[in-house]
Design a protein around this ligand. Sequence first.
Ligand SMILES: [Zn+2]
Ligand SMILES: [Zn+2]
Length: 387
Amino acid sequence: MPDPVRESVQSKLTDIVAMRRKLHAMPETGFKETATAAYIADRLKAAGLEVHTGIGQTGVVGVLNGSSDGPSLMVRADIDGLPVIEKTGLEFASENGVMHACGHDGHITMAVAAAELLAPMKDRLKGRVVFAFQPAEEIVTGALAMEQDGLFDRWQSDRVIGTHLWNQLPTGFVGVNRGTVFASADAIRIEVTGKGGHGAMPHMTVDPVAMAAQIVSTAQTIVSRELSPNEMGVVTFGQIHGGSAPNVIADNVVVEGTVRAYIPEVREQIFDSLRRITANVASAMRGTASLEHLYGAPPVINNPGVANWVSGIAAQVAGEESVDESPPVSVGDDMAEFLNRIPGTYFLLGAAKEGTEGHHNARFDFDEDCLPIGTEIFVRSALDYLK
Ligand SMILES: [Zn+2]
Ligand SMILES: [Zn+2]
């Protein structure tokens, strides 16, 4: 039996692929997504949605009001690219030094396509759908920026859904977890302060390089010695800067890193340990050090009830055998801020493509066959929740 929702998505397939490729060729980094936002706003307006721009600087909100009052479903899509020089060789590759290397071009496409497909059916909706196009996910600050501009007050919603396409999972698979999806992601900065001087007379100085080295190695014992073997935690220092010459002891050294955890308590525990080690190692070596939290997001944890519901919708689209839990991934995503405020679910959309590399790689790409699946899940979720 032909299914009208399936048919409407299938008949839009050429447009969906064209939209994704157009967006792929025009990536912009966090809070600079002006052309992207304009493109989204134009399409939503043309479809008849109520459109609000400048929500969280470059964020866009599109509201599709149904025929009568009812609950509000929020659909969230992130819209930023990464400062990566694309090396895919695709005919629609970006040439502006920024790359949609995480698949957010696909996320925008699925949400816009769902809005366009739902708009002509709005008489069937009791309630409304709020499409939240979030900037600056890659620096996990866009969700809070949208909140500051009233996202969660002006468009209070009862449920939130969103997806991240994932090219490490097979196309056709939909991962719906009843709990943790992604880890918390925090950026930290440690400034170690000593007393500079002549490299040949260390006794006249307090060496911040030696202190920083000790802090970095002692911090490795947080995960290996302080966390339970059953808990997941990551402490990575990706940058260390200090000094200006081989024979000069510097005044200070800056170390920057990232912290990941699957549960909020472990996230806190790692931070407590980092503060203790930073301050005490420095003081034991006659210097000082301070730890600054630059930015971050909590772990992405789904509401089990909403996850059950999404799982049922996904099964209608992809088939029951293709919907399952998938192992949590240690990346972060500020979809967490949405899920901390509104019961919701972030599902993973399999998008593996042969010959490509993983997310954030210059040779990243994904299987466009995932796009109609995600689009259809969004459309069916709205029709079901607002019926
Ligand atoms: Zn990413
Ligand atoms: Zn991403």
